[in-house]
Design a protein around this ligand. Structure first.
Ligand SMILES: [Mn+2]
Length: 234
């Protein structure tokens, strides 16, 4: 039986992506969807984009940032951003520009988005900002905060979302997949030295491959959000 496989944020972790596809014994009859943030931070952004181009992907905030800063002078870019820009060609930017903000999976009562969904708003009416960035909120106020910067009365968006779709998302780095009635978080921090996770439908099973050791290669950013991301979950 064919499967639908949703994979967390790659952030240049191409080797982990191949390891995960291999572990799952993915074939051409499987549907593979990446949850966005293919690039930045990790070692092989171009390879990750070209892998996604063979499958499906939703837009991540890092792809959005590259589209927004396409014309910005190199000296005004962060070194990490510039490194990704150098690795990409026009065809990759054109691909980013066509990525959807969400992919519905009606056969599973689910949808894939990069970051999250604001409660009581249909997917089609969600703001792109929320779909690409949502973390800690306090509805009806619509402002979203990084976990480490959120006021005490704000909580992670999954505490408020009640469907109708079960949202499969990345973006917020977790020390293990987050599984609730209405949401499944699959970003387990591949680029932070933790692991790359896939959600496999229709079984809703989770498979994680460990990250390779980055110690001999590129340094990664702080792991603050591994803990902060779970700080306010309930
Ligand atoms: Mn993200």
């Amino acid at each position: 039986m064919s499967r639908t496989i949703v994979i967390g944020d790659l952030h240049g972790c191409f080797d982990e992506a191949l390891a995960l596809l291999d572990r799952l014994a993915v074939t051409s009859s499987d549907r593979v969807i990446f949850a966005g943030d293919l690039v930045d931070r990790g070692p092989k952004p171009r390879e990750c984009v070209e892998l996604a181009m063979k499958h499906e992907c939703v837009l991540g905030n890092h792809e959005e940032k590259h589209l927004q800063q396409r014309k910005r002078a190199a000296e005004k870019l962060s070194p990490d951003h510039l490194e990704t820009r150098k690795a990409l060609g026009d065809e990759h930017y054109a691909y980013f520009a066509k990525l959807p903000l969400f992919i519905r999976l009606p056969e599973f009562g689910a949808a894939v988005v990069h970051a999250g969904c604001f409660p009581d708003v249909p997917l089609e009416r969600q703001s792109a900002h929320h779909l690409l960035h949502l973390q800690h909120i306090n509805p009806p106020a619509t402002k979203s905060y990084w976990p480490s910067k959120a006021p005490a009365d704000h909580r992670f968006w999954t505490n408020f979302w009640r469907g109708p779709e079960r949202i499969i998302f990345g973006h917020s780095v977790l020390d293990r997949p987050l599984v609730t009635e209405w949401a499944v978080g699959v970003d387990t921090g591949a680029v932070f030295g933790h692991g790359l996770t896939a959600l496999v439908l229709p079984e809703w099973t989770l498979v994680t491959v460990p990250s390779r050791d980055f110690s001999g290669g590129r340094k990664t950013v702080a792991k603050y959000d591994v803990q902060a991301g779970v700080r306010a979950f309930s």
